[in-house]
Design a protein around this ligand. Sequence first.
Ligand SMILES: [Fe+2]
Ligand SMILES: [Fe+2]
Length: 377
Amino acid sequence: MNTVKDRIVRYAKALNIMAIIARVFVIVGMVVTVLQMIATFSLNTPFMADFYDGGIEQIESILGRSALFQVLHDIADLSAMDPVYQKAIELFITLLSLLVLLLYIIFFQKLIGHIIKAQQPFSHESARRMTSGSWWLLLPVLINPVLGLALFMIMRFFAVIFEYGAYLQDQADETSRIQEEVIVSLAEITENKSEQTGQHIRRVSEYSRILARQLGYSPEAARNLRLASTMHDLGKLMIPSEILDKPGKLTDEEFAVIKKHPVYGEHLLHNVEGETMALARLVALEHHERYDGKGYPEGKQGEAISLDGRIVAVADVYDALTSRRSYKTAWDPKDAYDEIVKGSGTQFDARVVDAFKTAYDEIDATRRKYADDKPAA
Ligand SMILES: [Fe+2]
Ligand SMILES: [Fe+2]
């Protein structure tokens, strides 16, 4: 669906360039017509007479003799008129036709501009603009009835298609809104269950989005990772509260239980379908893997860990370091930064750490924005 949308926006951009070129041509045509009108009244000048004769033939060959002109011709019996006035009227009608064409191009560009700006062809606004604009397309009926009606019908047809597209888009938005609400609820449940009170999940997901953007993800893909990463600790729901909430250091056995939360998280999300859920599953499973292969649960190494997993790993550790936990105080952000940089190429993917360094101001601002409102228990 997104690639189709991208393609439509790309075509819209190409059409916009063509419309700009067409606009220049029409404006030049209008200027030439005005010059020719001046020339018709200066026929006694040989140069002007030549200019006039050549020009009118060219324009007539492009636009055809208009039906309106023919009607006027019949009513007023233009043939009996002074040829100079006859030609002047003909040129005036040509000028009007070009003006109408210019207005069409402007209308068309506004429509396309709307699609490019919204990055979204299927909106009710596009459909509305097409429907109201279609009435103007009836104007060529005066010049050519078949052409006018055809343009009108084509525009109406596209307006209906776009209206339907907008309806489908609404449905899709509604589905992803519901999905997002479910995801946020799941994340909140995890947050309440684990000792990570405050805003750990929100911060990790925002850091992940920032890192993803820095690494070249599209805004949509980065938003998707933000949402998926909110569920990275979902598996903690399966860990006994006595272990999760235990103050002080954990025993090796207890830590072994905690280390199962990535696999539990993956299992909990196993039967849920959808792009975001698939990503959430991956991130839940991989967020404690290390680039050097010394992480858990599978000890995956390097590129075997998905880039999404490598991103959330950095986001999660940075937040764990800068947050207060029952067994430790919050690190100074500068020390946490140094710790992340120190882990480049060993604990973390060096590319992700580079992105972390570049985007650090934004990450730091996010940390302050979503600071814990209450200290961890
Ligand atoms: Fe975790
Ligand atoms: Fe976490």
